[in-house]
Design a protein around this ligand. Structure first.
Ligand code: AMP
Length: 189
């Protein structure tokens, strides 16, 4: 069942307990708010089972995962798009860093869903990919063994990332609550 409720569940993102950050669950997937969003609305969609790589998912799981991405996009468009809810009035970056050499730092497959607006990361919208690969979402990296831990890629200065501090549980829970409310307005209980 697709639901905004997580009562009685214990949801993990890699090694992290994230139940209170989760705003959407489905039979095989969940969506959570980000500890360090690159820009406002940057969330993650994951399989409930802690698969590491995209190719590990069954057809049922992958269909469920990307259906959850679509629902998450509809929800985010209500809050972040110039014409709320009009999917054509804004854009998204949807990305998977599938393995440490591509920048994956948390050992649990996740899809980045990022609502985009003109000029949000500077002159080129592609800068988001450099930020994603170099971001100190490498908090996850500390938990990988040293041989496999990804080295941040990209040529962006790290200063912005250093400034981008992890948010408090209260901030993340408030954001998750806001998204649950929007989802309920869209008919997801
Ligand atoms: P990647 O570099 O593709 O593995 O992305 C990891 C993502 O997970 C980054 O966007 C991080 O900010 C995010 N992240 C890391 N730890 C947590 C956490 N405990 N809760 C929510 N998001 C997290």
């Amino acid at each position: 069942m697709t639901s905004t409720k997580t009562e009685g569940m214990s949801i993990k993102f890699g090694p992290f307990e994230v139940t209170k950050q989760v705003f959407l669950t489905t039979p095989h997937s969940y969506a959570l708010v980000n500890l360090k969003p690159l820009i406002p609305g940057h969330v993650l969609v994951c399989p409930l089972k802690s698969h590491l790589r995209l190719t590990e998912l069954s057809p049922v799981e992958i269909t469920d995962l990307f259906s959850t991405v679509q629902l998450t996009q509809r929800m985010l468009a209500q809050k972040y798009f110039p014409v709320p809810g009009d999917l054509m009035s804004g854009s998204f970056t949807i990305a998977v860093q599938d393995g440490p050499d591509s920048g994956q730092t948390v050992p649990h497959l996740h899809v980045h869903v990022i609502p985009r607006r003109k000029g949000d990361v500077g002159d080129s919208p592609d800068v988001i990919y450099t930020k994603m690969a170099s971001e100190d979402g490498n908090i996850g990296g500390a938990l990988w063994d040293t041989e496999r831990r990804p080295v941040p890629a990209g040529s962006m200065p790290r200063i912005e990332d250093a400034d981008r501090s992890a948010r408090t549980h209260e901030q993340m829970e408030a954001e998750a609550g806001e998204y649950r409310t929007i989802l309920r307005e869209l008919g997801v209980q």
